[in-house]
Design a protein. Structure first.
Ligand code: ZN
Length: 393
């Protein structure tokens, strides 16, 4: 559980966090640990806007029995959780609660260590299918989003829950910003009801990993009168619908009895070209050791996983949906998963031709590391895919 008590201000992006007066749902760190032979990996979902490697690495140090490079920590991107970037204002002051963040890193490590302690024999099921219904759309251009939903389920092969799900992972691109930071509410947004619904219908634990949801794939809370539904009821409608779709998509997937489990990684660097991003990265009290001494480049880790017939690639930020489509098409699996905002969350990632192009892209360009971010990501992602074995066939 990551809900602060008392409540803290919430952040939906760069700038000072906004006060919260009530909570709707709770914030969580949810962990799935997979093991086969000598390979053990952890996938962690954190209810926050973004979770940088400086915080992730604090947890990795406290996790026993999994190499740090096999621990993938992603943010759900809820816009109603405390500031985890410690965004500095023009005077270098921050509205973040560093003690809360440190507590979270221990809670996250505890969640993974608990999952390790509870490892039990299982088979997996994986599937990718189109999630139907009013779930997401692209706020900039309604149809330009990826409706594919990836699902990974671990089914117990023994014990009291034999045949039942131990965990269900849902991978889908969406901005959980139904409530947003301006309503005085702290909330996991639609990710809370999504996980609750899966856990109540299927059993076991559920976790949500976001995907390529940048510029600007968001929750479809549009109302017929041109307004938007912005309450927790709408979070529940969308979360429940995505949960039901995910369970439908995975329902008929075959059990994979000798699924391979593979984890690889690669360090990559991005130039920090944007003045805004440079200011934040240099002046935040959570300054990353991965920023070079000149302050003009930052390093991060990409991960590639094969989990049976599924392949997973991480994105250290918010890739636009066209980048998502392109990378998925080049992955060596008919079940491509993209874990967005995972290991790091550097803002938007656009292709160089999209960068500062449409007026619509002004905001996402400004909150991007620079023109080369998308290009470098695509090139490095494709090279990592090429270096790794394909998923099971
Ligand atoms: Zn975003």
């Amino acid at each position: 559980m990551l809900t602060p008590d008392p409540l803290l201000p919430v952040s939906g992006g760069i700038g000072m966090p906004k006060p919260s007066h009530e909570k709707k749902g709770d914030l969580f760190a949810r962990a799935l640990v997979l093991e086969k032979g000598n390979t053990r990996i952890a996938i962690v979902s954190v209810d926050n806007l973004g979770w940088t490697s400086i915080l992730g690495d604090r947890s990795r140090k406290l996790i026993k029995g999994i190499p740090p490079e096999n621990i993938l920590i992603g943010a759900t991107h809820t816009h109603s959780a405390p500031d985890a970037y410690a965004f500095p204002d023009e005077n270098g002051k921050t509205g973040a609660d560093l003690k809360y963040l440190d507590w979270c890193t221990r809670q996250i490590a505890d969640a993974v260590n608990e999952a390790i302690a509870k490892l039990q024999p299982a088979v997996i099921k994986t599937a990718v299918g189109e999630a139907k219904g009013k779930i997401a759309y692209n706020y900039y251009a309604p149809d330009l989003y990826d409706p594919r939903c990836g699902v990974i389920q671990a089914i117990a092969t023994g014990g009291a829950n034999k045949g039942k799900p131990i965990a269900t992972l849902v991978n889908y691109a969406i901005h959980p910003e139904v409530i947003g930071p301006d309503r005085g509410i702290l909330s996991p947004d639609l990710c809370g009801p999504l996980c609750d619904r899966i856990e109540s219908k299927a059993g076991g634990m559920a976790l949500f990993m976001n995907s390529a949801q940048g510029g600007m794939v968001t929750a479809d809370n549009r109302l017929p009168d041109g307004k938007e539904a912005n309450d927790y009821k709408e979070c529940a409608r969308i979360g429940n619908l995505l949960a039901d779709e995910a369970l439908r998509i995975i329902a008929d997937a075959p059990e994979q009895h000798n699924a391979s489990l593979f984890c690889a990684y690669k360090f990559i660097s991005f130039p920090i070209a944007s003045p805004v991003m440079k200011f934040i990265l240099i002046h935040t009290p959570l300054k990353s050791p991965y920023v070079n001494t000149a302050g003009d480049s930052i390093q991060t880790r990409l991960n590639l996983l094969n989990i049976g017939t599924a392949q997973v690639l991480t994105i250290p930020g918010e890739a636009l949906p066209n980048i998502g489509y392109y990378v998925k098409r080049h992955m060596r699996s008919s079940q491509p998963f993209l874990f967005g905002l995972t290991n790091d969350a550097f803002g938007y990632m656009l292709t160089k031709v999209d960068f500062t192009s449409f007026k619509r892209y002004e905001y996402v360009s400004r909150t991007s590391l620079g023109e080369q971010t998308g290009e470098i990501y695509i090139e490095q992602a494709l090279s990592l895919i090429g270096e790794c074995p394909p998923a099971d066939y």
